[in-house]
Ligand binder design. Structure first.
Ligand SMILES: NC(=O)C[C@H](N)C(=O)O
Length: 655
């Protein structure tokens, strides 16, 4: 463990702080060439296609964000038919369009928004406190379902739609019935691997069409969070609270406060302000790209113990094709230890390869082996489910059992591990408490501060700029020290610039790797709308660009459109190096510049033969037109992430 009071860390941080800040560096630097200007800063309307093609465009302006709303059904969009509630198709968009808190028609008209987004199903929220516009597009499923009718196939459909639209939106909201929302949220949390953007499920207890309802608030809250915060989790938003999706359970059929997350505090609360508990937010900690696993195993089940349950009931339940069972036990994971008949059935099943998870029937608390009645279940081969909800344990089984590439042992091991924050970590390795940090304590003392909240406020104010300063000089040790103080290395400074932005600017490859493995998000935008990828391109750090792309970083559709002009300008000036890096970052060689000419046409007109040859050769590889996919040469040296070369075939240069 690094010592936060260690002079090395502080000296190096001090050194970094004494250097001109990055902000100054960016603005005072010798004026950037056209190729260094980020396309975000040059706003331009461009043509578009519609959501129906699965191909919507990104934001009109840099201060807009885009959210895809997938409407699967549920009470939120139901009306009465023959005195019972049922989903009403094709009604939600028209209805929302008439609600000023959920749609600003004036803005939509002034900006020709419908034309631009090419979808009648796009709506825009009024300007929010942070001066941000959230444009949301509704994708309505047919048929709309009461969530009691949903199956694993519906989860797969949602997953696929998110995957298909992932790069075109900043966040996703899923409108869903409340009855099985906790199951869907849990399942999606496992199916979405290496998630980097928010996916928020919400719905309501009373239809949005009724005078008094909870649908409007729930939808608005979910949109505001999905459109403004990079919370890379599958969440559930209900009654002013944002929960981790795999921690919730429906607890009340007749209250607006329908959900509870008994073993984990909310990720955010929407009171006077929306306050995010960043320390609680789960992060993928990976350099792997987002993907959705839609294969799920349906041979799983929930079995609740009750006094007097017969061995034959248990035997019948555990028969093939059953492969995974969540046994809901008493208290802290207990079952009768005076029932050898029952225990025998459980043991026979685990010996035959059925994975049985031990989860408690209690709403709150965890499974532990503190009683003899709990120990017998361990002996029978059950796996302790910790404080997982039965919903989470069941969908985790379904997800893991579908991984054909894994052995039974590997599957069991994964079931006991915390994959998506669904269970509380073992407290043995608990992180340092804030008050253990001498550095913060010294500052707190000089400011006569002692209470925990004030200490935390100091830590949160100080650590983002310190972390950015450490990132500037590539000091992983200092970042580690900050991390061990309990600091969140993903938070941005006063300009929303995160340590990852800084490391990308500086080209500190190892540091970028470290940050990505510690939860940094490739999708974070600073106040200018720049992502770490934009920064790495601007300062031409190829290896960093490649690593960020591998982790799922991408240009927005608008940036792709505008990159045409950038490529033309690079081609005109014979800047092959610049062209390489833009293409590596995802720019499309076939996109024309502002005058309709493509980069190769411009190079030809400017007599840049070497550029023409370079581009012709590149265009020869089919990969160049792919948007949101790896270019072919990204994959050439996938294992050699630190390599400084790109495997273009040698190109003769002539003058
Ligand atoms: N409040 C609701 O949404 C309940 C409804 N039966 C559903 O789950 O679809």
């Amino acid at each position: 463990m690094a010592d936060v009071s260690c002079p090395t860390s502080l000296v190096s941080l001090g050194r970094a702080l004494s250097q001109p800040s990055l902000n100054l560096l960016e603005t005072n630097d010798t004026s950037p060439t056209t190729s260094q200007l980020h396309p975000c800063r040059r706003r331009k309307l461009s043509s578009c296609s519609s959501i129906e093609n699965g191909d919507p465009v990104t934001s009109l302006f840099a201060d807009e964000s885009r959210v895809l709303v997938i409407n699967t059904g549920g009470t939120i969009g139901m009306t009465l038919h023959d005195n019972v509630l049922a989903p009403k198709a094709n009604a939600l968009v028209q209805s929302l369009r008439k609600l000023p808190i959920l749609h600003d028609e004036l803005y939509a008209h002034q900006t020709s928004m419908y034309q631009y987004y090419g979808s009648e199903n796009s709506l825009v929220l009024p300007l929010n406190k942070l001066n941000r516009r959230i444009i949301y597009t509704i994708l309505e499923y047919s048929p709309l379902l009461d969530s009691s009718n949903m199956t694993t196939d519906d989860w797969g459909r949602i997953g696929k739609d998110i995957e298909k639209n992932y790069e075109n939106y900043d966040g996703f909201v899923i409108l869903h019935g409340t009855d099985t929302m906790a199951y869907t949220a849990s399942a999606l949390s496992f199916m979405c691997e290496n998630l980097g953007k928010p996916i928020i499920l919400t719905g309501s207890q009373v239809p949005i069409y009724e005078l008094r309802n909870d649908g409007r608030d729930n939808l608005l809250g979910a949109l505001l969070i999905a459109g403004q915060f990079v919370i890379p989790e599958v969440c559930l938003y209900f009654f002013n609270k944002l929960y981790r999706g795999n921690r919730v359970t429906k607890v009340d059929a007749g209250s607006f406060n329908a959900f509870s997350s008994p073993n984990l505090a909310p990720l955010a609360t929407a009171e006077v302000d929306i306050s995010i508990s960043w320390d609680t937010v789960w992060r993928a900690n990976t350099t792997a790209k987002f993907q959705v696993r839609t294969e799920l195993n349906r041979n799983v089940g929930l079995l609740r113990l009750f006094p007097g349950i017969t061995a034959s009931t248990v035997r019948a339940f555990l028969q093939p094709p059953m492969q995974g069972v969540v046994l809901e036990t008493y208290g802290s994971g207990n079952a009768p230890d005076n029932r050898p008949d029952l225990l025998d059935e459980l043991k026979k099943a685990t010996d035959a390869g059925v994975i049985i998870m031990n989860c408690t029937q209690c709403l709150r608390g965890t499974v532990s082996a503190s009683y003899a009645t709990g120990m017998v279940l361990m002996d029978a081969g059950l796996i302790a489910g910790g404080d997982m909800t039965p919903e989470a344990a069941l969908s985790k089984l379904s997800y893991i059992l579908a991984k054909k590439e894994l052995s039974l042992e590997a599957k069991k091991k994964m079931m006991a591990e915390n994959l998506r924050g669904e269970m509380s970590a073992n407290l043995d390795g608990a992180k340092l408490c804030l008050s253990d940090s001498q550095f913060i304590q010294v500052i707190a003392k000089s400011l006569s501060i002692s209470c925990k909240e004030e200490l935390e406020a100091i830590r949160d104010a100080l650590t983002p700029p310190l972390a950015c300063a450490a990132a500037k000089i590539g000091d992983i040790e200092a970042l580690n020290a900050l991390k061990e103080m309990g600091s969140n290395l993903c938070l941005g400074d006063f300009d929303g610039r995160t340590p990852l932005h800084i490391a990308a600017c500086e080209g500190h490859f190892k540091l970028v790797q470290y940050l990505l493995s510690n939860g940094a998000s490739v999708h974070s935008k600073d106040r200018y709308g720049d992502t770490p990828l934009c920064n790495a391109v601007r300062f031409r750090h190829k290896d960093v660009v490649k690593l960020l792309r591998k982790t799922g970083a991408h240009f927005s559709r608008e940036q792709i459109e505008e990159a045409g002009t950038e490529l033309c300008s690079l081609a005109a000036s014979g800047d092959i190096d610049g062209l390489e890096i833009w293409i590596l970052a995802g720019a499309d060689l076939n996109k024309p510049g502002y005058d309709g000419k493509t980069a190769d046409q411009v190079a030809e007109a400017a007599g840049r033969k070497e550029v023409v040859m370079f581009l012709v050769q590149l265009k020869g590889t089919k990969s160049m037109t792919v948007f949101g996919e790896f270019n072919e040469y990204d994959e050439y040296d996938d294992d050699d992430e630190n390599s400084d070369t790109i495997e273009f075939t040698a190109i003769p240069t002539e003058n």
